[in-house]
Ligand binder design. Sequence first.
Ligand code: HDL
Ligand code: ZN
Length: 415
Amino acid sequence: MKLNKENIIKEITSIVNKTEIYDIHTHLYPEGFGELMLYGFDEMITYHYLIAETLRIIDIPYSDFFAMKKRDQADLIYKTLFIERSPLSESCRGVLTTLKMLGLNINSQNTQEYREFTSSFSAKEYTNLVLEKANIKKLVMTNDPFNNIERKIWKYKPDIDSRFKSALRLDFLINDFKSARHTMLRMGYNVTSTLTGLTKREIKRFLHDWIVKTNSLYMAISVPPDFTLLENSSRAIIIEECVLEVSYELNVPLALMIGVKRQTNPELDLAGDSCGKANIETIEYLCKKFNKNKFMVTMLSRENQHELTILARKYRNLFIFGCWWFLNNPSLIKEITTFRTELLGLSYMPQHSDARILDQLLYKWTHNKDIITKVLIKKYNKLLDVGWELTTEKIEEDVNRLFYKNFEDFLNLKL
Ligand code: HDL
Ligand code: ZN
């Protein structure tokens, strides 16, 4: 159907809402992963974003808060952020959007009802309910071989819901090899504290084994703002001489998530991380030197996102994705998605959810799509202004690229 000034808003909104999503970075797990699968009201309310926002306001010692039962933590957060104040933050609004999408009355403030709602479903039924409502066709987990609970689950070959794909997370290996190697020794990899030829071969064997075991689509690491490879560090050597070799051999991209300052406030646990501006030259170095490797990159600092978008124009082996973490807010998603579209057209992945609790898919994608839709309407209107003819079929193809196909094409790309 032809698009015009009269129908463009309705048609683009409808197309974005019905386009199936590939959520390429989450911390979600299917029911086969036992305690790692998080869902329901108490998990949602004790999301680390909301913990940080609550502990700014109340003055109980952090340790007293973390000693509380999860239900009591949830009640305190709900009272502090939703009852005593209007829930204006993005994470608070997300809870309301989620409860509303589940058909619950957000104004009843009946937390018992919210809690009971989830328990009326099996884990599988709830997974189907949320994935279907959020229109998620596939999502990618964060699979950490150094997590003792998760490693045990993989040992017994978990029954994995086919919609849940894997990504091998290597922060511990890359950022703390001295400690990681003890775990690797226990796993049967003959790695010494110095990166000898044998140790590097064993690290590659470990990577190969775990990519195959988990059927990972990519390897991922998050690194601090001062991330550089122009140093003789174990991080630089392992990335260049182990990770990137296996990445090329198996045609499995390396995802770099850059700019996180881990545990800026260690008393806040998961909520204690912050961000900083990184040096884009490191990504330039990687894309240039390893021009047959594929890199998925997102950065945590707003300023870096502009530099990264420019760099993506220079290197076809650089796939940029998401408005990560502290950038996952409407004002920043709007700005970043706008300049990415202006500079890259449709060759990027606008968003991932980073969801930790299954229910969050409902609000994270609803809020994301609302902003992305508005940006697309503005940009397609500019094409109509110049007289370019648009059809809904063409827009459907475009939007499918943004939310799904770009990622699959990049995975299949062989350089
Ligand atoms: O390192 C990461 O993958 C981040 O997404 C962290 O998990 C962070 O705590 C988070 O959940 N951000 O949304
Ligand atoms: Zn994450």
